[in-house]
Ligand binder design. Structure first.
Ligand code: MG
Length: 232
């Protein structure tokens, strides 16, 4: 389809990079390496569920500016381990640094991510805007083989503003001669990606694979990345 868009902005985690699968693979390795079963954490599945629950809460707080990066770095695994019955701060720090090193090297992408990037390449200016950390996000992009699709990768850490702040979008679009209606933001998070697009006055495509109900205003909504072919 031909469209009036000239520039496409992607979110990274949970939109292109398969955060859940990659995170589960990394945690499985850490569960074995640090012998959590022997320490009384009987079920990996339970450990994973506790991680997902607490990790999601902490990232939501980070996105809202309620906690800083160091809280995630130094408290996340302690809270998780304590919740599964292992109160060991030293172990939690080792697991944290292992996780931060290992997880970004995982390669899984969301279904049809590569296909849609191939389809879009050369037709649109492509940018990533992510609330993640600079050195971690760049490892994810290169290990999953998608760095070369993007003209620019903008992290909140570099800009000093997080999505949904308008400033991070202004920074990404600075010097590009685009009208607002020529830019489309694609992301899985209503509070950062979609609210951010609305703040910046650009169009949005909400990636909602589970078709969760919501009451936000989005230009488009898709459940599979391949549906972008009918928009772009
Ligand atoms: Mg995301």
């Amino acid at each position: 389809m031909t469209s009036s868009y000239k520039c496409v902005i992607f979110d990274l985690d949970h939109t292109l990079w398969d955060y859940d699968t990659n995170c589960a693979e990394a945690l499985q390795e850490l569960y074995l390496k640090h012998e959590l079963k022997e320490k009384g954490v009987e079920s990996f599945q339970n450990f994973l569920e506790v991680f997902v629950d607490m990790n999601t809460q902490m990232w939501d707080q980070f996105d809202l500016g309620l906690i800083q990066r160091d809280v995630i770095r130094y408290q996340r695994f302690h809270r998780i381990l304590t919740a599964v019955g292992v109160d060991d701060y030293k172990l939690s720090l080792e697991m944290s640094s292992d996780y931060v090193r290992l997880s970004p090297t995982k390669k899984n992408l969301l279904p049809n991510a590569k296909q849609i990037l191939d389809y879009l390449k050369g037709k649109y200016q492509m940018i990533i805007i992510t609330n993640g950390f600079e050195e971690i996000q760049s490892v994810k992009l290169s290990s999953s083989g998608i760095s070369d699709y993007f003209e620019n990768v903008i992290t909140s850490e570099t800009v000093g503003h997080k999505k949904p702040a308008r400033e991070i979008f202004d920074y990404a679009l600075k010097g590009r001669a685009h009208e607002n209606h020529e830019v489309l933001m694609i992301g899985d998070n209503l509070n950062t990606d979609i609210k951010g697009a609305n703040n910046a006055g650009i169009h949005s495509a909400y990636f909602n694979p589970l078709r969760k109900p919501h009451n936000h205003t989005t230009t488009y909504e898709i459940a599979d990345l391949i549906e972008l072919k009918s928009i772009l």
